[in-house]
Design a protein around this ligand. Structure first.
Ligand SMILES: Cc1ncc(COP(=O)(O)O)c(C=O)c1O
Length: 216
């Protein structure tokens, strides 16, 4: 059994001892058995949404780069992001809790009203719905390529003055169409247009998407 640290036992206020309530004891009791904690081989799972800060000033001091609140950054999420960036040979990664969260955030972050995007015909239904019913509400102009002709040349032909993004799925769902990533990246590079791919079906073990697109 682990001994309980002194600061979890009781709380003295004024002259007399005052017992902590059950709730306070449950959230403040810490183990202190004097054993040093060595570095664990795998990152422990942090079951916390909020992190202790030394002061309000230190919480607001961005240069300290500490953790504050889970949605703003958390060690386990950062480990996944760092690992994904390493295996994809990319500059960085951002983790989301679902595919549609990643896709909708990417489109809403990088596209403005008045921008145009070119999208492959064969597309996951959730993405199709988001683009058709929601993205267009924000004034984004969309060209869906024709199913019989959605090769890289079709992206080039559909490009307009205001085209800001080419979008496709590396292996499309459900039609299993393949996108030539090198040619896709090359076209985006030549035209100065952002290329975005959904790689749900092909993990970096089979296809290193970011490096294929960016090195073409
Ligand atoms: C190709 C593709 N993109 C995106 C999604 C959406 O992922 P999620 O269900 O995690 O939002 C799916 C889900 O099946 C998918 O197949």
């Amino acid at each position: 059994m682990s001994p309980v640290a002194k600061d979890g036992e009781s709380n003295s206020k004024g002259g007399g001892e005052r017992s902590k309530g059950m709730g306070t004891t449950l959230v403040t009791t810490k183990v202190d058995n004097g054993r040093p904690i060595s570095k664990p081989i795998t990152t422990p799972i942090y079951h916390t949404s909020t992190y202790l800060v030394e002061s309000c000033e230190s919480a607001l001091d961005q240069s300290l780069n500490g953790y504050l609140y889970g949605r703003l950054g958390a060690p386990n999420a950062e480990e996944v992001e760092t690992t994904m960036a390493a295996v994809e040979q990319g500059a960085g990664a951002v983790m989301f809790s679902s595919g549609m969260a990643a896709i909708s955030n990417t489109l809403l972050c990088f596209l403005q009203p008045g921008d145009h995007m070119v999208v492959a015909s064969s597309l996951y239904s959730g993405t199709q719905t988001f683009i058709t019913h929601y993205l267009t509400k924000f004034g984004v102009d969309v060209t869906f390529l024709d199913a019989v002709d959605d090769g890289i040349d079709a992206y080039a032909r559909a490009t307009k003055e205001n085209t800001k993004m080419y979008y496709g799925e590396t292996i499309s769902n459900p039609m299993m169409k393949l996108l030539d990533l090198q040619e896709f990246g090359k076209l985006g590079g030549e035209k100065g247009i952002m290329t975005v791919v959904d790689s749900t079906f092909s993990t970096p073990i089979n296809q290193v998407h970011v490096s294929l697109i960016s090195k073409s």
